[in-house]
Design a protein around this ligand. Structure first.
Ligand code: AMP
Ligand code: ZN
Length: 135
């Protein structure tokens, strides 16, 4: 898609530190990593986010995430990895071309996850029904 930075990276119109490419998927190092080795995995067919991507394209992306995660983990000597996808601005998405982050994590990196809270059973049941009824 015109004016999409990740489409331009895929088309090699702008440079990237590519680590993997096949017919359907492109993977490269994040230019502003949480830790070096932080990798972005993107579908070659432009889609905005999880709500827009086809199930076929998503399956290709997830297969590559599955292949690359242990490789990034080993290459960075990380203790673990986070697999993250941000969808929409409210969830932290900055680039409107669907992408999955593979983020190397270290036991002593001091980073915290999203804050959570305990929820009562009644509210959980109400939400369970709402989600199930939308399936
Ligand atoms: P998100 O907030 O999930 O949309 O993440 C977008 C990511 O793309 C950020 O982590 C950026 O650091 C990264 N990014 C933006 N431009 C580039 C680029 N030209 N090359 C590599 N990574 C990029
Ligand atoms: Zn794009």
């Amino acid at each position: 898609m015109k004016d999409c930075i990740f489409c331009k990276i895929i088309l090699k119109e702008i440079p990237s530190h590519k680590i993997y490419e096949d017919e359907n998927v492109y993977a490269f190092l994040d230019i502003n990593p949480v830790h070096i080795g932080h990798t972005l995995v993107v579908p070659k067919v432009h889609a905005e986010d999880i709500f827009d991507i086809s199930s076929e394209s998503w399956a290709h992306v997830m297969n590559v995430v599955h292949t690359l995660s242990p490789i990034v983990h080993a290459a960075t000597n990380a203790d673990g990895v986070n697999i993250i996808m941000n969808n929409k601005r409210s969830a932290g998405q900055l680039i409107d071309h669907a992408h999955v982050h593979i983020v190397p994590r270290f036991a002593d990196d001091g980073l915290k996850g999203l804050p959570q809270h305990s929820e009562n059973s009644e509210a959980l049941t109400t939400m369970q029904e709402k989600i199930k009824n939308t399936l």
